[in-house]
Design a protein around this ligand. Structure first.
Ligand SMILES: C[S@@+](CC[C@H](N)C(=O)[O-])C[C@H]1O[C@@H](n2cnc3c(N)ncnc32)[C@H](O)[C@@H]1O
Length: 217
């Protein structure tokens, strides 16, 4: 698949509105979100949500960790506006404007970094570099969790995924740059994450992540 870092559609009001309207209807998504919650450290005090969009994942994680402080990061003005309307007055939520195509700004340390369906818009090279930066902002024992759209290992399986989700090659997001879960878990291991694994998967939806070693047992 051609890799392009030019994911400008997310900067438009129309694209973000369409996404927010159908986000809840993605099949099996809630299973992945529930699996993600299982891996958030029980005492996580600071949590970063990369590509937070309208804050769907942040809200889910906050429901289970109401006293945690969150940073939601995104680069889309319409998404950030939605986020500010919903969470702008919440003292436990900070909003960071940043393009993940560039190195993360100084924000850390965090006990947990989460992301849902955002990092697959970056080139593979940038994905891998970002995973290294995530490792860098995690406190020892901190956990990275990425609920993500991943590549099928074959064209036939990709077509099956599209059919199962009501998409076609014409209607799927042209700005997806999908990598296999195997490749991405491999990158996490190379970076030094412990317990790097795919924790849950349904076709092209996967939850994977790892732990920065060194925390208290
Ligand atoms: C499919 S939406 C997911 C939003 C949210 N995480 C959720 O699960 O509902 C993808 C999000 O990633 C953000 N995004 C895409 N590329 C980005 C980039 N280079 N830097 C920061 N955010 C980006 C988009 O603006 C959008 O909010």
């Amino acid at each position: 698949m051609t890799q392009t870092p030019d994911n400008r559609l997310w900067l438009t009001a129309e694209h973000t509105k369409q996404y927010l309207q159908r986000a809840g209807s993605m099949p099996h998504r809630e299973e992945g979100e529930a699996a993600l919650l299982e891996f958030v450290p029980p005492k996580a005090g600071r949590i970063l949500d990369l590509g937070t969009g309208g804050g769907r994942l942040m809200q889910i994680v906050r429901g289970a960790h109401p006293s945690a402080r969150f940073v939601g990061l995104d680069f889309s003005p319409p998404m950030l506006e939605t986020l500010r309307k919903q969470f702008g007055a919440d003292p436990n939520i900070s909003i960071a404007t940043h393009d993940m195509a560039r190195e993360l700004p100084p924000l850390g340390p965090f006990d947990c970094v989460v992301s849902s369906f955002a990092i697959h818009h970056l080139t593979h090279e940038r994905k891998r570099a970002l995973y290294g930066e995530i490792y860098g902002v995690l406190a020892p024992g901190g956990v990275f969790l990425n609920l993500e759209r991943v590549a099928s290992p074959s064209e036939a399986l990709h077509d099956q995924f599209l059919r199962a989700t009501g998409l076609t090659r014409e209607t799927e997001d042209p700005e997806n740059i999908l990598a296999t879960v195997d490749a991405q878990v491999g990158w996490l291991r190379e970076i030094g994450f412990a317990d790097a694994d795919c924790h849950w998967k349904w076709r092209e939806l996967a939850l994977f992540g790892g732990v920065r070693p060194g925390g208290a047992a």
